[in-house]
Design a protein around this ligand. Structure first.
Ligand SMILES: *Cc1c(COP(=O)(O)O)cnc(C)c1O
Length: 420
């Protein structure tokens, strides 16, 4: 469910007319619906209202400070994967006691910042990381609360590039090695074992892989407790998919919750979740203007002013995004377009052979479901300025990240003195 709907043939973001907004901001830009974000986090939390949980929003899905502030106000914590994301989460007002730190390559510097902030949990992803964390905590006179991320060897996720829980993936420690590592961690003075962590992938649209992984986790907790480890928390990661308008329709959070409660009830653990896409995905759209309607030899190309540097998901993951005209014309007939950007790469496209109502140069189209893994993956490739972000709340809107000027962009670069 989201709050992007037509009123008399014009697309609105909550109470804001998207075409008018485009006139004010200039295209391309992202627009997010605050009501949608709030709704998603509460649907998720309500599904577990009778359970002890921490919802640690996965910051990497959309890390804009205003988005994080909304989620902080809703009581969410954060799952961060870098020192930069930790700084953002703290700046947005997310309490350190609600922050977990994931990622395979945490540096000592990042660990230090997290220890000094007093975060809730480190999700440790390898033995060398455990060694470094232990030594650093001892040096700082602290004890790091840890969960070890174990890899259940379950294939899941909407695309090969977003499956994370198979043997060949770089994440977590081998399932068969987990008990040895927990025994090692137990003997360490710089770390304190709190829980078990897993995260098997993203855009998962069926319950079966979750169930397979979570059952394995429940068994492992039983074994770890038999080994003498006090496991109080189970971090089940993120990964619940969203409807993109094509492909499988993922389960509702209520069904996901029912499965989890069934599998984990006997364990008596606090559950931690790291949803990202499920919170932010359908809360954002990318608005772009048609530059040309190019009738190629074999295809008709709708060339728009957004590009793969603004939203890379189609190029990177073959992702489907619905594309809607911002103004619907009753008389428009459908045309089959390749919707592409101006970047000089063949992979710069948003849709291939897509049927859309005919749109003219100068008109706007909206690329839907772009709130997660959109703006955060944007770059300045082809010297295109980073795409701005707008937040809508009812009939108010605010620019929450401005478009950098060319001067801003060039100011980071300089000639070495020998070229001057
Ligand atoms: C990316 C990621 C998530 C969020 O995944 P979604 O599919 O967006 O819910 C959660 N946890 C970890 C460790 C991640 O890397």
């Amino acid at each position: 469910m989201h709050h992007f709907d037509y009123r008399d043939g014009r697309l609105y973001a909550e109470g804001i007319d998207v075409a008018k907004l485009a006139g004010d901001i200039g295209t391309p830009f992202y627009v997010y619906s605050e009501a949608t974000l709030r709704r998603h986090i509460s649907v998720f939390s309500n599904a577990f209202s009778d359970t002890d949980i921490l919802v640690a929003y996965s910051v990497k899905a959309n890390s804009n400070l205003a988005i994080l502030r909304i989620l902080a106000n809703e009581g969410a914590g954060a799952d961060v994967v870098s020192g930069g994301e930790l700084a953002r989460a703290l700046k947005a007002g997310i309490p350190p006691q609600k922050i977990v730190f994931s990622g395979v390559g945490k540096t000592e510097e990042e660990m230090r910042a997290a220890l000094e902030a007093g975060i809730y949990q480190f999700n440790v992803e390898s033995e060398p990381e455990l060694d470094v964390l232990d030594a650093l905590s001892l040096k700082l006179g602290k004890q790091a609360p840890v969960a070890i991320r174990a890899n259940p060897d379950v294939a899941a996720g909407g695309h090969d590039k977003i499956s994370t829980g198979r043997k060949e993936d770089k994440f977590g420690v081998a399932w068969a090695d987990a008990r040895r590592l927990y025994a090692k961690a137990r003997a360490m003075k710089g770390v304190l074992i709190k829980g078990l962590d897993l995260h098997i992938g993203s855009q998962i649209s069926e319950l079966a892989p979750f169930e397979a992984a979570f059952r394995k986790a429940a068994d492992l907790i039983t074994d770890l407790r038999a080994d003498g480890c006090a496991i109080e928390r189970l971090d089940l990661g993120g990964g619940l998919g969203i409807p993109y308008g094509a492909g499988a329709v993922p389960p509702h959070p209520d069904e996901y919750a029912k499965l989890i409660k069934r599998v984990t009830a006997p364990l008596n653990v606090q559950l931690i979740f790291e949803p990202g896409r499920m919170i932010a995905g359908n809360a954002g759209i990318l608005v772009t203007r048609v530059i040309y309607d190019k009738k190629g030899e074999a295809r008709r190309f709708l060339i728009v002013d957004a590009a793969m540097n603004d939203l890379i998901r189609p190029a990177l993951y073959d992702a489907h995004h619905d594309i809607l005209p911002v103004a619907k014309h009753a008389e428009a007939s459908d045309v089959t377009y390749d919707v592409v950007g101006p970047v000089c790469e063949s992979s710069d496209f948003f849709a291939k052979a897509r049927k859309l109502p005919e749109v003219a140069p100068g008109e706007y189209v909206a690329i839907m479901s772009a709130g997660a893994y959109g703006a955060v993956q944007a770059s300045q490739y082809n010297s295109r300025p980073l795409v701005p972000e707008v937040l809508v709340n009812g009939d108010k809107y605010a620019l929450i990240r401005r478009r950098p000027s060319l001067e801003d962009m060039l100011s980071l670069e300089s000639n070495p003195e020998w070229l001057d």
